[in-house]
Design a protein around this ligand. Structure first.
Ligand SMILES: [Zn+2]
Length: 294
């Protein structure tokens, strides 16, 4: 049973006499005001797969400070309950332990956290409190894939742009495959990318990969890649796991800046069970001239 009275007390500052009397009612009528149903569900699973924190400061390189928040915090409770269920639906061998930072303070000039995003270096999920209860399953899964990949950036600019798009595409496919839908949504349910209606990448898109033209968009390019995987296999969680594994290793030792070498090395890092399929998907994704050795 839900008894939200206590929480109203804590939140309201300086209530009028009338409201104060109303708020005192549960006490006067002898309410035991135990934890809400949400709080109880959160307490039963808290700390098993998900830790929620608040008050941290984030820069592009690190997450600093902050403390763990408990299930009495409604936003934290919603995040714990939702993520515990989603992580539990993933294959046992690949369930991550997640750390979520609620409403972290960002550096001057950085965009505030208004939805959910992965912090690449810290391997944490950053979540805006205002959306904590309405993040769509596919949006959570997309960011979980980023956390699992933890790909270190490479110094060659073309290779880095290409691998960023590959990472976005793999995160999209991972979300679609594990949620069983080609529709990737944000909070509120709006579709942001439909893997059955991919963008057609043009010569201009690929020119921006080289830096000749501005505007390389890793989400748009990745969307086309993820759609290729969806067209080939539909929702295939095993393929999704192999693709995440293929980018979850650091691209050290580097293959240079040429797309053919970058993509060739990526395909070689893919587990054998999906390597041939990834090669075919990549060949459909990029123009043939980019696959030729320079
Ligand atoms: Zn992403």
């Amino acid at each position: 049973m839900k008894h939200p009275g206590i929480r109203w007390h804590r939140r309201a500052e300086g209530p009028s006499v009338g409201i104060a009397a109303l708020l005192a009612l549960p006490v006067l009528i002898g309410c035991d005001c135990g934890p809400s149903e949400l709080e109880s569900r959160c307490r039963s699973v808290r700390g098993q797969r998900v830790t929620v924190r608040a008050g941290a400061r984030v820069s592009p390189d690190a997450v600093v400070g902050g403390t763990e928040v408990g299930c009495e915090d409604e936003d934290a409770a919603r995040v714990v309950v939702a993520l515990h269920e989603i992580v539990g639906s993933l294959p046992t061998a690949s369930r991550p332990r997640l750390v979520v930072e609620l409403d972290p303070v960002v550096e001057m000039g950085q965009a505030p956290v208004t939805h959910v995003e992965a912090h690449r270096t810290a391997g944490a999920l950053l979540v805006g409190r205002s959306v904590a209860g309405s993040i769509h399953r596919t949006a959570w899964l997309h960011e979980i894939a980023h956390v699992r990949m933890e790909r270190a950036p490479v110094s060659e600019p073309v290779a880095e742009r290409l691998l960023s798009a590959a990472e976005e595409g793999v995160a999209d496919y991972y979300a679609a495959a594990h949620a069983g839908t080609p529709h990737l949504r944000r909070g509120g349910g709006a579709i942001v990318r439909d893997l059955e209606r991919p963008p057609r990448l043009t010569a201009l898109d690929w020119a921006s990969l080289s830096g000749v033209a501005p505007g390389w968009d890793p989400h748009r390019a990745g969307w086309a890649l993820a759609s290729g995987a969806w067209a080939a296999r539909g929702a295939d969680p095993d393929l999704a796991e192999d693709l995440v594994a293929s980018l979850a290793v650091q691209a050290r030792g580097t293959s240079g800046d040429a797309p053919a070498a970058t993509l060739g090395a990526w395909v070689e890092r893919c587990p054998r069970s999906s390597r041939g399929l990834l090669r075919a998907i990549v060949h459909d994704w990029v123009p043939a001239e980019l696959l030729r050795e320079p």
